[in-house]
Write a protein that binds this ligand. Structure first.
Ligand code: SAH
Length: 246
């Protein structure tokens, strides 16, 4: 190769070097841009879907801003993770609408010292939100694969005060009872007495109740008095009974 040819090859090498560099830089910018836009989507979700509908507990709003919902949905739903509806998570189950997650969290009136039980771990998203609002979270999932996946996901994301158990939520978690707060994210025909029994004095339980027409119910225990009120109407997946349940 003559001198002109060698110089030309050098130029091509230098150009392709800077081209590679340019591509690498663009990827970083694109990557960062994607993160920023998911953050924007999350902020919009909190403002437009949650604050605008009346959820005002500052700690709940902060938790909803903090937990990256897109990490709890299957890959094909990442771009719609911050929209105003539930999403499929596999096994016929869904992650709840963000507003309902925030509303139910607010209804528990947590201040950070509580022990909380959740029935229906699903993706682990609600458990992650609760973990930022309470001291300890215990959550039960009946579908083994979902329970295992959520255990890993919550651990990898650093939510260390959450314990996941695969089992039937109708039994509650007697070894850890009583709970200051209990949340059901699957709907039983009637709220199980076993779960009301596992509520501490002064505790609050929030749950959907019913089969087709479901009410979102708040139960409060004060000594021997159990009070109950309906907050709104909702649609959750059914709370199913475990195989060995009578
Ligand atoms: N809280 C979840 C969404 C719940 S979907 C989230 O944040 O993603 C309801 C979940 O309840 C489903 O995963 C379903 O498998 C589970 N479930 C239904 N019946 C149950 C039972 N008896 N005990 C425990 N989990 C149950």
């Amino acid at each position: 190769m003559n001198q002109a040819g060698i110089e030309y090859m050098e130029l091509v090498k230098r150009r392709s070097g800077s081209l590679m560099c340019l591509i690498a830089c663009l990827c970083v910018v694109c990557g960062a841009g994607k993160e920023v836009s998911l953050e924007n989507l999350r902020e919009n979700m909190v403002k437009k879907q949650i604050e605008a509908r009346g959820v005002s507990d500052r700690r709940v709003l902060a938790a909803m801003r903090s937990v990256e919902r897109h990490r709890f949905v299957p890959d094909q739903h990442i771009t719609t993770a911050y929209e105003d509806h539930p999403l499929p998570i596999g096994y016929g189950q869904t992650i709840s609408q963000p507003y309902i997650v925030a509303l139910m969290s607010e209804l528990l009136r947590l201040d950070g010292d509580e022990k909380v039980l959740e029935i229906g771990t699903g993706s682990g998203y609600q458990a992650a939100v609760l973990s930022l609002l309470a001291k300890e979270v215990y959550t039960i999932e009946i579908v083994e694969q979902l329970g295992k996946l959520s255990t890993m996901r919550l651990k990898n994301l650093g939510y260390t005060n959450v314990a996941v158990r695969v089992g039937d939520g109708y039994r509650g978690w007697p070894e850890k009872a009583p709970f200051d707060a209990i949340m059901l994210t699957a709907s039983p025909p009637r709220i199980p007495q076993t779960l009301i029994d596992q509520l501490a004095d002064g505790g609050i339980l929030v749950a959907p109740e019913g089969e087709f027409n479901q009410e979102l119910v708040v139960i409060e225990k004060r000594g021997n008095t159990i009070s109950r009120r309906t907050v709104t109407y909702v649609r959750f997946v059914p709370m199913v009974r475990g195989a060995r349940e009578p």
